[in-house]
Write a protein that binds this ligand. Structure first.
Ligand code: 6CS
Ligand code: FE
Length: 304
């Protein structure tokens, strides 16, 4: 791919350039994190929304009941063993073990997960944070099996969604619902609290069909070590441990990652990305072409 030309207004006026310069940069984010008015009614109270705006994430300890956890865990198991799912492009396997790593667009594969997306406990909170109607930009199951589930290097999701999916601004939020206990040692999510206010412009052009390798091991769109050190020194690192059934909502620009899982204990979760209908994706900003719809939706119908 050649670098976008300077006549391309989409990129010349862009506040969040990435994968185009030889030098990394830290760019202050201007958009709010919580768009709903703090008075907007819903499951989050004003204090929780305030915490979300400050840290870039918020936690819901018992989003699912133990019975629901058991039901969804059985559904994850069923999907991972369904030969039709296994053969589908939506299914990503681990490089090392050929075990299922992720399944994408699960809200269109599983009726149970479609239902979960529309659940007020889930979409209601996303609407409160993003200030109105939302649609699903991406959904996936991450399995992270024991004895070899692979980690995710440090990254901001928004960096990828902006560069490769054409998401204009960081007005999206991810909901990660744990179906297994998350310990510090089985590859739990790590977030730098407060890092969502800084965009790290990354070095290295997006190759053709980058998604074919980035979903097992992301290399492009991962920040340089000096930028990561600066952010970690400034913000520290939070380990998001918690019980099965707990959920974390986190801003699209949080700096986050997770380690490999060498323990016997899997760390599985359902992951749903909500984007504001006022922030619908267009052409990619810094990639040769848009990714498939099962990774980055083009149907902006609000969740009802
Ligand atoms: O590609 C995505 O949409 C997500 N997956 C990875 C490995 N990095 C960026 C983003 O979180
Ligand atoms: Fe991520």
């Amino acid at each position: 791919m050649s670098a976008p030309s300077s006549s391309d207004t989409r990129t010349t006026n862009d506040r969040y350039p990435t994968r185009v310069s030889a030098e990394p940069a830290l760019i202050e984010r201007l958009e709010p994190t919580v768009w709903g008015s703090e008075a907007s009614a819903g499951m989050y109270g004003a204090q929780e929304l305030h915490g979300h705006a400050t840290n870039g994430f918020s936690r819901v300890p018992d989003l699912l009941t133990p019975d629901e956890v058991a039901g969804y865990a059985a559904e994850l198991d069923r999907l991972a063993h369904d030969p039709l799912v296994r053969a589908d492009d939506r299914c990503i396997v681990e490089k090392a073990s050929a075990e299922v790593r992720s399944i994408f667009e699960v809200h269109r594969i599983s009726e149970m997960i479609a239902h979960l997306v529309r659940d007020e406990r889930v979409v209601g909170r996303a609407r409160q944070i993003l200030g109105g109607d939302v649609y699903v930009h991406q959904s996936r199951i991450n399995y992270k099996p024991g004895f070899g589930g692979g980690g995710f290097s440090w990254h901001s999701d928004f960096e990828t969604w902006h560069a490769e999916d054409g998401m204009p601004t960081p007005r999206a939020v991810s909901c990660s619902i744990s179906l297994t206990e998350n310990y510090a040692y089985n590859g739990c999510l790590m977030i730098m609290p407060g890092s969502h206010r800084t965009f790290v412009s990354c070095v290295g052009e997006t190759p053709e069909d980058n998604y074919r390798s980035s979903l097992t091991e992301q290399e492009i769109g991962t920040p340089d070590q000096d930028s990561l050190t600066a952010l970690a020194d400034r913000h520290g690192i939070a380990m998001l441990t918690g019980k099965a059934g707990s959920a974390t909502f986190f801003d699209s620009n949080c700096m986050h990652g997770s380690a490999d899982n060498i323990t016997p204990y899997p760390r599985s979760n359902i992951f749903i990305v909500f984007n504001s209908v006022d922030n619908a994706c267009g052409e990619p900003y810094y990639a040769p072409r848009a990714r498939p719809e099962y990774i980055a939706a083009r149907d902006f119908t609000p969740v009802r």
